[in-house]
Design a protein around this ligand. Structure first.
Ligand code: SAM
Ligand code: DTB
Ligand code: SF4
Length: 318
């Protein structure tokens, strides 16, 4: 059983030795060395009741973002076409809500959107905030396969970034999603002002879930003017590579996604992330409200590295 102490020992070993260990775990479990491509679609932007200190979509901060209504099915279809044209195998639909409960009108509206694209051959992931067990079951019935709900940071630091809901609320949602038969996508953000210990505590919580999350997005904070976390010090890419390495060793079968903030990384830093075990990306010109790494720059990186892009889901016991 992993402990915070054992993770700290793993994390603190010399960089090259940690990287070598992680690479060994990676090739043993992901022999094809391919990279999954996921496309984000913001189906309902802005106006969120929560006060997450990093988020452009919280109604509490003057971030200049307009509040949008739920996306129309025709616009979603267009996003599906674009995602496919760019080689994405997974679509992740995001909404700026605190969460949804069984019977909510918005839940039914999201289910109708999902039902409209469930036969398109893409994996469907949604990220809608906190869920009760009934809402999770309804999403599964509608054709959702994966639920994204990030823990974002460790339990002790959580109340420094959000006070309108708790770390325990987030864990409860992950359990409700799992019980409804949804696979989990859950990770965090680096660069909120947290310590390495907070990051490791987040990983410890993730690896105690049974089964472990099938994907773990690791975001670098994208600083949003107007939010309390607009002026944080950027994360050292070596710290990101160390965290990816520890994640790979702890969760050998999960996909590790290099998520938000990728455009701030050099091609060389991204290559180190892949070497440490990252094997999933968000593609497309936009994340939810901010720009992403450009498609052409990504193509050139993949071609330089000779990287295969995947057409499959995660394997193993996740
Ligand atoms: N409201 C839902 C929730 O909080 O789970 C879903 C949408 S929320 C925008 C999805 C995730 O995006 C957050 O949990 C966080 O990990 C990530 N995120 C949001 N703003 C970010 C930022 N400025 N930089 C990096 N990641 C961010
Ligand atoms: C995840 O881990 N990161 C994505 C997705 N899951 C929902 C969101 C990143 C958002 C970055 C900031 C923005 O564009 O507003
Ligand atoms: Fe942003 Fe989600 Fe927090 Fe709302 S709950 S402020 S959308 S991260």
């Amino acid at each position: 059983m992993e402990t915070l102490e054992s993770l700290r020992t793993l994390y603190c070993q010399p960089f090259l030795s940690l990287l070598t260990q992680a690479r060994g775990v990676h090739v043993a479990n992901h022999p094809d060395d391919e990279i999954q491509r996921c496309q984000l679609v913001n189906i309902k932007g802005g106006g969120c009741s929560e006060n997450c200190g990093y988020c452009a979509q919280s109604a509490r901060y003057a971030t200049g973002l307009n509040v949008h209504k739920l996306l129309e099915p025709v616009a979603l279809r267009q996003a599906v076409e674009e995602a496919r044209a760019h080689g994405a195998t997974r679509l992740c639909l995001g909404a700026a809500w605190r969460g949804l409960k069984e019977g909510d009108k918005q839940l039914e509206a999201v289910c109708r959107l999902v039902e409209a694209i469930r036969e398109e051959g893409l994996e469907i992931c949604v990220t809608l905030g906190l869920l009760d067990p009934g809402a999770a079951r309804r999403l599964r019935e509608a054709g959702v396969m994966i639920y994204n709900h990030n823990l974002n940071t460790g339990p002790k630091f959580y109340e420094r970034i959000t006070t309108t809901h708790t770390f325990a609320d987030r864990v409860k949602t992950l359990r409700a999603a799992q019980e409804a038969g949804l696979r989990l996508c859950s990770g965090g953000i680096l660069g909120l002002g947290e310590s390495v210990e907070d990051r490791l505590e987040m990983l410890l919580t993730l690896c105690k879930l049974d089964p472990a999350p099938e994907s773990v997005p690791l975001n670098l904070l994208v600083p949003i003017p107007g939010t309390p976390l607009a002026s944080q010090t950027p994360v050292d890419p070596f710290d990101l590579v160390r965290l990816i390495s520890v994640t790979r060793i702890l969760l050998p079968y999960s996909r590790i996604r290099l998520a938000a903030g990728r455009r701030s990384l050099s091609p060389e830093a991204q290559a180190l992330c892949f070497l440490a075990g990252a094997n999933s990306l968000f593609i497309g010109e936009h994340l939810l409200t901010t720009p992403n790494a450009s498609f052409h720059v990504d193509q050139s990186l993949f071609s330089t590295l000779g990287i295969e892009v995947s057409s499959s889901a995660a394997r193993g016991n996740v």
